[in-house]
Design a protein around this ligand. Structure first.
Ligand code: ADP
Ligand code: MG
Length: 258
């Protein structure tokens, strides 16, 4: 099982959309996929039709003492082959409740080990804040996927997550490859083009050479989990399909060159 953590230290940049779109594309290609919603806003969970009230079982229970097994808290989604560990509002206070209990930084990684032979990919949708949940998600990750808007202010969030990633990367033996996906790209605006150029210069080699366009159809869950569209289908979804090709190639190359 490969673990991809989708994160950025900024909200509204397309993290949840990216997680769902990549999850949907992977399942369409025959992979078994588990989604984890680490965001207290639980928008991925709600998009998948699981109401916030009463709070579903999910990520929180993986941090209980003792934790529930991940198999006991995961659930089906509207798409066959795509499963979910739900996010809950209670995740917002996890930090405080958990205090300094030792070993908690690896709770998620340990939970995922229990299902390593059942899934091909685990995709982790992160909150925008650097805390216990993001630390867990980065510690468990084989790859960090960073969706980012192509506007000047988005650069701060990107620099933040890049710094965090390089810290994590230094603290472990296997490194942490980072793949930056420009999203919500409006190619008609000069500022978006300039920001993208600057981003590619600054993070050379880590930025996808394409971008996910602004496409309102990406706001519909039925599109995100639908089949790969034909040439006249939603441009956004086609772009995600190409983005997935790139990520798979990055993984493959990374493995090939050791
Ligand atoms: P995050 O998880 O980073 O907060 P979301 O994925 O929830 O970001 O996206 C924020 C909002 O933008 C959502 O309403 C989502 O539907 C919308 N959105 C995301 N990507 C696109 C896109 N490429 N085109 C149009 N709307 C998008
Ligand atoms: Mg989100």
């Amino acid at each position: 099982m490969r673990i991809w953590t989708v994160a950025n230290q900024k909200g509204g940049v397309g993290k949840t959309t990216t997680t769902l779109a990549l999850g949907g594309r992977l399942v369409m290609r025959g992979f078994r996929v588990l989604l984890l919603d680490l965001d207290p806003h639980a928008s991925m969970t709600q998009s998948l039709g699981i109401p916030a009230e009463p709070p579903p079982q999910g990520i929180l229970e993986l941090f209980d003492e003792p934790p529930l097994g991940i198999l006991d808290v995961m659930r089906d989604t509207p798409m066959a082959g795509l499963h979910l560990v739900a996010g809950q509002a209670g995740l917002a206070t996890l930090e405080r409740r958990a205090g300094t209990r030792p070993g908690l930084g690896r709770a998620l990684g340990r939970a995922l080990e229990q299902v390593a032979d059942r899934y091909d990919y685990a995709l982790l949708d992160c909150p925008p804040t650097l805390g216990l949940l993001m630390v867990n998600a980065l510690a468990a990750a084989d790859r960090l996927v960073v969706p980012t808007q192509t506007e000047p202010l988005a650069q701060f969030g990107l620099q933040g997550i890049a710094r965090t990633a390089s810290m994590v990367s230094r603290s472990r033996s296997r490194g942490l490859p980072m793949s930056i996906l420009p999203t919500l790209y409006d190619r008609r605006t000069r500022i978006a083009q300039d920001t993208l150029t600057e981003m590619r210069a600054r993070f050379e080699g880590s930025v996808w050479n394409d971008a996910i366009p602004v496409d309102t159809r990406l706001r519909e869950i039925s599109q995100l989990l639908g089949p790969d569209p034909g040439e006249n289908g939603p441009r956004g979804l086609l772009a995600y399909s190409r983005a997935l090709d790139w990520l798979l190639a990055c993984d493959h190359l990374g493995e090939a060159v050791g």
